[in-house]
Each structure stands twice: as structure tokens, then as C-alpha cells.
Design a protein around this ligand. Sequence first.
Ligand SMILES: Nc1ncnc2c1ncn2[C@@H]1O[C@H](COP(=O)(O)OP(=O)(O)OP(=O)(O)O)[C@@H](O)[C@H]1O
Length: 742
Amino acid sequence: MNQPHSTTDTAPGGVVVDLDKARAARTTTPDPEPPVAASTPLPLQGVVLPNPRHGDRPPVWTRGRNAVRVLLADERTRNGARFAVRHGAFVFAGGAIAARRAWDGRTLSRYERMMRTAEAQGMHEQALEWEVRAAAFRSARHQRRMDLLKAPQHVAKGAAIGAGTALGGLLLLGVVLAIAEKDLALVVAPTMTVIELIRWIVVFVSIVWGPLVTVAPWLALLALWSVGRKRQAAPAWTLPAAAVSTVGAPITPSIVVTALRDLGIAPMRAAIKDMGDAGAGMLGPIRIAGCGVEVDVTLPSGVSTEEVQKRRRKLAENLSRHEHEVFISIPQAARTVRLWIADSGALDEPIGPSPLVTDADMSADLYTGRAPWGQDLRGDAALLSLLQRHLLITGLSNQGKTASLRALALWLALDTSVEFRLADLKGVGDWRVFDGLATVLIQGPTDEHVIEATHMLEAAVREMEQRLVLLEQSGATDGVTREMARNDPRFHPIVLLVDEAQVAFMCPVVGDDKRPYGGTKATSRYFMAARKIHNQGRAVNVVLWQGTQDPTDQNLPKLVREGAHIRASLVLGSEEQARMALGDKAVNGGAAPHKLRMGLDKGTVVVAGDGVKLAPGQSSITIRTHFISGEDAIVIGDRAKALRAGVTTLHSAEPVEQADLLADVATALGDAPRVRTQEVLQRLAALNPGEYREWTFGDLKQVLEAAGAAPYKSDGQMVVGRDRVLAALSERDQDTDDSHEA
Ligand SMILES: Nc1ncnc2c1ncn2[C@@H]1O[C@H](COP(=O)(O)OP(=O)(O)OP(=O)(O)O)[C@@H](O)[C@H]1O
């Protein structure tokens, strides 16, 4: 025992301190040590404290309450409680499931459920089918019940006949044995053997029966527990975190149906509730598709595909995915949405390098080949056919527009029959690799560069027009064939490529002929050249590829964006922009570049239109493009240069002679002193349809005003005065002469 009053004694737990002495000292002399902070732990080890006096202790109920509180707060207690409730719930829920299955098996409830499901989905034929099956089940059950009424008689009769036959058989066997062995006693031997066997069975059962009766209920409970556990049928708070979390969980029909039910679409919720377990009937098979799965969902009647599309984020969250990991498209079947659900995080894994980088022997053929651009979401190679297709790629800044456009151009550069004429209106060297590959390479962001780019396009328009005449004269019946493209230099493929084309559309410069280079009017030079190539270039192997940033109506006019056969978009800021980039049809069909993630989905393009293989009914495809770095681009570019015999690259484009607007107006006026503006427009269009067909009153007014021959009102109608136009023409000629003399 410890001696509490001794200062020197050593207790088994440590040194014993005489606290009475210490207390006495404290009452007489003040403590020289600074007071110990309340939070500072006291050095209690080795100190045996006397029990506080009874009066200082909190009452027993407070101590009890505190103890219970501590106990309840303890994680071990909670885990224990959760464990107990969870496994208890498994048994109960297992019982409910087993009962339900038994009930389903014996009653019409399954048929009724299926009928409700089919009805809720608006599939009336299926509902009728289930009704017929239910009727068949009902009559078969009735028959079974009728049979059951007669069963005791049948059983008794059967037992009597069976016993008599068996006994007869045994006796006959005994007689045969007795005759064979000449021993009369053997007549009953088989019968006695069977009786003995029965006796042993009874003995065995009587031994086993006791433990069996004891164990059976436990076995039954175990079976129910196992059924419940398999379904994890317990309150969520009792389940371990791993079982509750569905993050990264494989997509099962039940997860999809629950996600759809909880989308917040009332008719969908009601229909799925009605269907119960049979809600999975809405789903087609869940197929593995690349780094995710794909499933078609036939929506219940009253739910539109658009409603589901609009709730993409919620659907993704319900599926424990990020928004960008779920794609909703509209397949051909009516009232159906196709969900593609990525494996968690799979889209963040980089895709492999481009075959252009890995395969040093890769060749290209514009007519028969397809550019290896990347992978679709299913993980299949995404190949783009570029033959005679205008192309437009848009996206926010720094998301991979130039890199993806350049990847296509690099592949095509391996086809030596293709000529590139290129204007990079940013000019930071992204396209430098085409120096020595392209015949024209304009690089820079200034107005001068836009003017050069416009000249480049206008020269191509002139060439295109000549080719159209030549093609007509050649009598070719199938356009420009591969043979012609390769052997006839007048028809070789020309790719006009303008990167950062928005710079051209926004250029404020107006030329000497009073026509603006930028803008979107019928007099705007870049716009009109692009339009002309869009309208007629394809047929004669002259195509325009444009890359533009952050599209608006001003920097990417409607007519230009709709003139492209292949429309691709990287991440964009809004659905409105997505509609501009890809068109309403593609966006209505599920194309959603605005849902891509800025910065994280660099190089991922949504492609609509021609050139890519789309499943029937699909209006767009999402492609993760291979990234070809600047360094790799140079290697590929060098390979392409080696295939070509020294291309000379010009860094500017000569202007081609443009239509003389003022002179053409004078011609249109003829001898009449004044002509209505409407009439002038018609005459101009007849004179030079390519140039003037799309002119409006505004265009005419702008040009004439700038020349000092503005239309005016005469007899209440706007007219163009011949005198004014001729005066403007002679003034212009005068100015030109002066400038030549100077
Ligand atoms: N396919 C891709 N995969 C991964 N990263 C890419 C891919 N393409 C581009 N990037 C990254 O994005 C960066 C920007 O690419 P790029 O210059 O092509 O963008 P951009 O959209 O043309 O930009 P801007 O419009 O500002 O000129 C690249 O330097 C590269 O790091």
C-alpha cells in the first residue's frame, strides 16, 4: 500500500507527494511561480491525488449524464451502433425482399407492374401484351387451385397404389431369391431390408431433428441477411462510406433510373415511381463505349428530350459524375435520349500522340484518305475527310484552335498535290512551319496583314472563276476527279487557310475604291471574297479553312459560318456562341461546346456537318484531338517539304484588279438622266452577278456617297443621277492623273 504522508516513499505508480504539506505551504507563503495557464496540462504523472471531498463532486445524475454523453460521442460506440442497425436492417429488408419475390411469383403483381410501366412509357402495345400474359397466368393459377382441391384423393390413391406395387415387387423379388437359394425365409428378406432401412432413416432423423430445429431459424435469418446485404438494403447512415459513395461506381440500370427519377421532371418521377423496379425497362442495354458507357433511354410520355438535355449538370451529379463527363445526344428513335457516361476521371487522361508524330512513313491523299485528328469519346480514331470541304473552327482563346487546325494542315501537307495559301492574322510563329510549304504565308495582326490576306483570297476568287470556266469547257461530268487534280495543274487542290479570321472581319480600313476590307456588307472585301469561295470554290478544288476566336455576329458573320461544310468548335462561353459555331441543328441535337471546360478540355472539339462519320441521327461528334507540339510540327513539316520540290513561299499577295463600281454604275445608268435605285441594282446584278447579286440599297448608297454621287429623291423615289456619277468619275480620273504626275 502507498504511504500518502511520506515524501520519500515510492509508490508503484511513481513518487508520492505529500499534498497536505504542499497545501499548508500555499496558504502561508504566496506561490513564487507564475500562475499556470488554464489550458496548460498539469504534470500529473506519478502524482496520486486524494479523492475530492464528497461535497465537491457533481451529483450522480449529472455524472451519469456526462458519462452517457461521452459514451455516445465516442466513435467506437457510433460504429458499433451503426454496425448493429445495419446488419439488423439487412435481415428485415432481406425478409421484405424475399416476401416480395414470393408475392410476385404467386400473384399478378408483376404483370400489373409491367403493364403500368408500359403505360407510363406510352407503349400501349407492350401493355396489351402484358395484359394477355396476365390473363394466361390467371387461368393457369385457377386450374392449379382446382387441381389442389382434388389433390388429397389423388395423393391417397397414389400412395396406396405405390405402396401396394412396391410391396408386391419386394415380395416377388423375395420369391425369386427363395427359389434361387432354396430358402423359404428369403421370401420376406427384401421387404425386411426395406423396413430396416426405414427404421434407420427414422433413427437418423430423430437424432438430427433436434439440432436441425434449433439451427433452421438461424439459417433462415442468415439467408435473409445475405439477401439484404447483397442489396445493401439498410439506411444510408448505417452503411460504410465506401458503400454509400457512388463516385466512380460502375453505371448500373438502377443508378441510371434513380438519376433520371431525381432530375426534377415531375412526369418522369411519377412514371418511374409507377414502374417501381421495372423502371429499368426504359433503358436499352448499357454498352461499353470507349472510356465510358452508353445507354439509350426511352422517355416516359410527357417528358421531352429537351427537358433532359437542359438538366445535364443535374443528371451528371446524380450519376456521381462531373458535367463534362456526361453527354446527352438525341438518336433517331423517337422520345429517346442517348447518354454517354465517362468512367470517372477518364477524360482527364491524355490521349496518345498523333500518328503523324509516331509514324514517320505516314502519307496522305486528299481524295482517298482521312486526317487522323484524334479520338472520339468511344476511344475510336476520329478521322476527318477534307476533300472539297470548307472548314471553320472556333473557340475561346488559347484552347487549341491553332494546334488542331495545324494538325489537319500538316497531314494534308503530306499530299504533294495540295497547295496551301496561308494567312495567320496573329503572327506569332504558329504557322512558321509552312514557310517552304505554302506558296503564300502572311503572318501578322495589323491592317496591312488583313489587306494582304484579302488580296490572297481575291486572287483565289479570280482563279476559281477561271477554273469554273475551264471545267465547263472540259466537259467533265464528275467535277474535278482525283486524276485531274493530280495531273492537270489547273485543277490541283488549293487550301486557303486564314487563322484568326476575326481580325479580318473587324478590320476598319477602307480602300481607295471606298470599299471596306472588314465588315459584313456586300461591299466588304474580305467577307465577299470568303462568300464567293464558299459558294463556288468546292466544285473546282478551292477551299477555305478559317479559324476564329470567340465568335460573335460581327466577327463571324452568319453567311460565312453557314458556308463551311465542316464546323468544329473548342470550348465556348455560351450556348448562343455554340449555336453560331455549329448551327442550331447540332446544338439542338446535343452538341455542347459551351459545356466543355475552359483550360481543362484544351484540344477537345465538337464537330458538326460533313467530313466525319456520325451515327444515324447523331448531329455532332466530340473529338479529343492529338496535340502536335511546335517541335513535332517542324519534324512533320520537314517530311512534307522533303516530298515537295522546293516550294517558294511569298509573304505578301498581289492585289488583283477589282470591279470598278462607279464605272459599272455609269454603265448601268446608260443614257438615262436618272434611274431608280432599285432598277440600278437590278441592272448591276445582270451586268456582273458575282459582284453585285447581293448588293442592297445600303451598299449602293454607301459606295455612291463615298464617291460624291449619292442617290437622291426625285418625284418621291430614290434615284441615281447620271450627271453626278459622271462628275464623280471624271473627278476620280483627274485625281488619278494628278497623283501619277506627282
Ligand atoms: N490537343 C491538345 N491537347 C492538349 N493541349 C493542347 C491541345 N491543343 C492545344 N493545347 C494546349 O493549348 C495551348 C494553346 O493552343 P493554341 O495556340 O492552339 O490555342 P488557340 O486556341 O489557337 O489560341 P489563340 O486563339 O489565343 O491563338 C497549347 O500551347 C497547348 O499547350
